[in-house]
Design a protein around this ligand. Sequence first.
Ligand SMILES: [Zn+2]
Length: 719
Amino acid sequence: MLPLRPLPSTILFALLLACDARPAAKPEVRVAAPEVVVTPPAAAAPVVASPAAAEAEAAAPVAVDLVGLKAGLLRVHGAAQQARIDRGVDQVAALWRSEDGDLAAFVTEFFIADPAVRGATFARLMAVFEQVEGHTHEIGREVRRASDVDVGPLLSVDPLLAAYDPGARMIEDLFTTRVGFLVLLNFPLTTLAERDEHGASYSRRQWAELRLAGRFGRRVPGEVRQAVTKASAEADRYISQYNLWMHHLVDARGERLFPAGLRLISHWNLRDELKGRYGDPEGLARQRLIITVMERIVTQTIPAAVIDNPRVDWNPVANTVNAAPADSVEADAPARPVTLDGAREDDVRYALLLAQFHAARREDPHVPAAPTAIARSFEIGRELPEARVQALLEQVLRSPLVPRVARVIEGRLGRKLEPVDLWYPGFKASGAPPEAELDVRTRARYPDAEAFARDLPQLLTGLGFAPARARWLAEHIRVDPSRGAGHALQAVRRGDFARLRTRVGAGGMDYKGYNIAVHELGHNVEQVFSLEAVDHTLLAGVPNNAFTEALAFVFQARDLELLGLKRPDAASERERVLNDFWQTWEIAGVALVDVAAWHWMYAHPEASPAELREAVVGIARATWDRYYAPVLGGQGTPLLGIYSHMISYPLYLSDYPLGHLIAFQIEEHLQKSGKLGAEFERMASFGSVTPDVWMTHATGAPVSAEPLLRATGAALAAL
Ligand SMILES: [Zn+2]
């Protein structure tokens, strides 16, 4: 599924997103809606005693008599231009720095009153931006080519090349050359509230103008961007090494419940191991032990010595450590000291989260209309107000369907539910052939990446695209052998090609690789339509990550049919729906905890890591007690704080539940219409407008939790 990560910089606000839930998975780069917003500066940002204070001063607007300046422009251009003059001058002044020169002279020279000249300027900028951004994107793709594509052994120079970001300075350079200021002077930025209120009546040209101006809604100094990147990289490194050696967990009787060699990264592998233990007769004891480990990580009562260290045995319940017997230590054990004092990890997790917060906060004064990381995440990244996302999540969390699904699970397990069942994985499609059998089929059909490339037109007609359209799509996609599991990389200018990167082993493409490749093909097809068939290239793309993932799932869900197997039957479909509902319910609470932790940090900017730990644990417990304890018991568990995204991809988690809701909404519409190819094209070529405008055009209704709830209700009724 989703994770994303801002690239070191780049004009395009390019996002890396991996289709797997593990950030370690192969990144998939796409360009998100580059919409940013600036409102006129009411006053200099308040100066408080904090590291952000210096930034606030640096971002303070230059002292110019804006009233007099506007009056002068008004005399020249007439009252009809008043609103444009007010807005344009304020937009320029918000980001103008003293080194940019004479603000009054600039706006006097470059304000464009003549609609024909303004239209010609818009057309010129759209054409130029497509080329500049498209070619910059290609350079970025090529310096990473050997890192992403299997072109033979990696050279030592390849990671250095991959770290080069040709777009890093683009926005700053466009401000320096004053192109950015000309845009801000003559094209409107809007707030999300304005777009939500008026978006339905904007013309396509108006939308494109907003996206043009949105590119210049923030001007973040290079050193601030670097600080954000550094904090993020440090958190990432910490998370990527946070392993538990499961053989060295012991229970009260000193018994080892897990096999030797099992090394699990928190939280992904721990959660997946827990899920995998449902069929195990001794599974519940193992699952409960995993829950205790997770709770110790969240509360930071985990002994520092046991992290990624098989030389130490740990009883998580009693929280005691002992030296592991020499013959139990794995051969590939990392070199780590054996300390047996049981000293806890000392809030490293929360220190790293705080570091991300302090770095993000330095950006705040440079994005006047979204002056917190929370606002940037919701209003710029997703273009859905936080309150609206929260209401959607709560609609799922409070749904009367939750206890009904819980009763079904209870019936299947034959016991009362408990916290481990937050990750119940037992809703499973039946009747699909075993994976080994599917491997045989996919390997025979796709011995190499070229075979998959040749089959694209047939796959696309199989999905319901007309033959000519399928050929056209295939002509815009290039298939490369991938180093990682697979990813889709879009083109950013017409004439370039979207890339489908797929992993094909020596014996051909296995089923897992095929399943991922079909998902990536969904991304590529969306990318081709939303660039090649959209009416303004400034609108290329879809509203946000949740949408692009939802469209990729449309393809992925049909992978068996494309192999010539029969569609999943109604019973399998019901299981899929219930599984998605349970997962959405699970991750909705996790997402609320993530966002609440950031609100707490903004309210307590001077907090210590220990205070942040207490706060997050408190938030996680309260969220559990409100929504989960009535269903799963476990009053007061801090379990919802375990997701690693909270530390290394903060404020991202809300995209998962949103992704489920959007996928159900799109799928419900496609099933009703019965014309997948034509409808997919109609939806994907609408471009990057706000989510509600996009969804209303796509399905007739704004973004909603109802389709998921309707499908779940229907599945329960049919059980
Ligand atoms: Zn994906």
